[in-house]
Design a protein around this ligand. Structure first.
Ligand code: G3P
Length: 214
């Protein structure tokens, strides 16, 4: 499973990239607003030090507006992926982007037929939001499972990004489903490295190491 980071914080991207664990970056308007950064300046900065796919989202909701933003984003760097919402005008924009060779990440997917539509339109990536479905009492993992089955059934090449990931169990289950990618908040990158027995074992090894004759 590829690891993308879901963040608008450059420092977090640099840290995980330095660990050698990072395959891509996703952003969204809410994360960028919380960062206080200008969206274009932030994406430009990220693309200067990170060469993997970087998702930048359109703000327009009409086809012409989305295409203008998509072309503007795509001009910024060859690794830009344009994030487009899963609405009818968005699907049209995905199709037009595919024809122009612009990579797309279709966002706000909450049911499997939306994902099938995005793949048929030529989306590079689909982002089912599993945590937000769990939030309303549904099973986000079930959505991932159904999309994975549909894409396998029809040999669709759109890559699935498990998005709205809230905890390590989401990541474990997504990996067991052989989902292509998870986009992960920074705190889960640190959490996934931890186990109390690792800490206890290391403390004992360090204490014993001092007893080794020099
Ligand atoms: O970036 C898309 C998605 O990961 C958002 O997650 O936590 O706001 O539901 P969340």
């Amino acid at each position: 499973m590829k690891f993308f980071i879901d963040t608008a914080q450059s420092a977090e991207i640099r840290t995980v990239a330095q660990w050698g664990m990072l395959d891509g970056v996703t952003t969204n308007p809410s994360l960028v607003a919380a960062s206080g950064r200008n969206y274009r300046e932030l994406i430009t900065e990220i693309c200067q030090f990170f060469s993997g796919p970087v998702s930048a989202e359109v703000i327009a909701t009409d086809f012409a507006g989305m295409m203008k933003e998509a072309r503007d984003w795509a001009k910024l760097s060859p690794n830009i992926v344009v994030k487009i919402p899963l609405i009818a005008s968005g699907i049209q924009a995905v199709s037009a982007c595919a024809a122009e060779g612009i990579a797309t990440n279709v966002t706000l997917c909450f049911q499997p037929l939306q994902a099938l539509a995005a793949a048929k339109a030529g989306a590079t990536y689909i982002s089912p939001f599993i945590g937000r479905l769990d939030d309303i009492g549904q099973e986000g993992m079930h959505l991932l499972r159904e999309i994975k089955t549909m894409y396998t059934n029809y040999q669709l090449s759109t890559q699935i990004i498990a998005a709205s990931v809230r905890h390590l169990e989401h990541l474990r289950q997504a990996a067991l489903l052989k989902v292509d990618i998870a986009t992960i908040p920074f705190k889960l990158f640190t959490e996934m490295l931890k186990h109390p027995l690792t800490d206890q074992g290391l403390a004992k090894f360090m204490a014993d190491a001092k007893k080794i004759p020099q």
